[in-house]
Write a protein of this length. Structure first.
Length: 257
């Protein structure tokens, strides 16, 4: 299968979601994959639906950012009480365990601050309380870039986080938004090689013992990182992102809904 065909397949889900015209308009300046070896942002905000999404999704990029001196803040929206198996009866003990696990991961990756909103798994909504809380946090922190799971990610809480972000009205429309992948591979236009950060990411992922007992997330994620590197002619491992301005991301989100 040649590379052009690979690219066309990877674009298909996004094209279907937003419509052909809007898709072409939004991607004409973002079609080519750009390899980013140096991530240089002073203040980085990561939106993580659950404790561990930031580790599995962008652990390598976060380690690279922290080595470059970035101030990284991660906001966890849900408490993690449902776990991987999506249990109907939430477990407060599991929520406490997962919080401890991501604190260990944070030390490895160089995350400076963690905010736990603590909303129940599976019931995340873009209500006034949470929108106001996130708005205030962003206003005070003033991030240079925001990482968020793609709105095409196949998980209701991940999509809810996007709805919350899109409900904020006072953000700079030229703020950089980098969508990352956790549950669903997406079209990417930014590729961050993580060979130097590979061992740190692997170690950070393996702090999340409660989740790895249910599924081999670490193997799956590292397989995805290897795939991103290979298909885009980057030696070794890489994390892929869809990067855009907030204005463009908002338009794509609106069209997909």
């Amino acid at each position: 299968m040649n590379k052009l065909w690979q690219i066309l397949l990877s674009l298909n889900s996004l094209r279907k979601a937003v419509g052909f015209g809007k898709f072409i308009s939004a991607t004409k300046f973002n079609f080519h994959v750009e390899e980013i070896n140096d991530l240089l942002y002073e203040k980085v905000l990561v939106l993580a639906p659950h404790p561990d999404d930031e580790v599995f999704g962008i652990g390598g990029a976060l380690k690279k950012l922290s080595k470059n001196g970035s101030k990284i803040m991660v906001v966890y929206f849900c408490d993690g009480s449902a776990g991987t198996d999506g249990r109907t009866k939430k477990d407060p003990k599991l929520a406490a365990i997962r919080r401890k696990e991501v604190k260990k991961s944070a030390k490895i990756l160089g995350i400076r601050k963690q905010i736990f909103f603590g909303f129940e798994d599976g019931n995340l909504k873009a209500d006034k309380i949470i929108v106001k809380a996130l708005s205030k946090l962003i206003e005070e922190f003033k991030p240079d870039i925001i990482f968020v799971p793609s709105f095409l990610d196949n998980h209701p809480d991940h999509r809810a986080v996007n709805k919350i972000l899109m409900s904020l009205n006072k953000l700079d429309q030229y703020l950089e938004i980098w969508a990352y992948q956790v549950w669903t591979p997406i079209y990417v236009n930014r590729l961050v090689p993580i060979d130097e950060e590979f061992e740190s990411k692997k170690q950070a992922m393996r702090m999340n013992v409660s989740q790895l007992e249910a599924r081999n997330y670490d193997d799956a994620i590292l397989g995805l990182n290897k795939y991103q590197g290979e298909i885009n002619n980057v030696s070794g491992f890489a994390e892929g992102f869809f990067a855009s301005t907030l204005e463009m991301y908002r338009e794509l989100y609106r069209k997909s809904n």
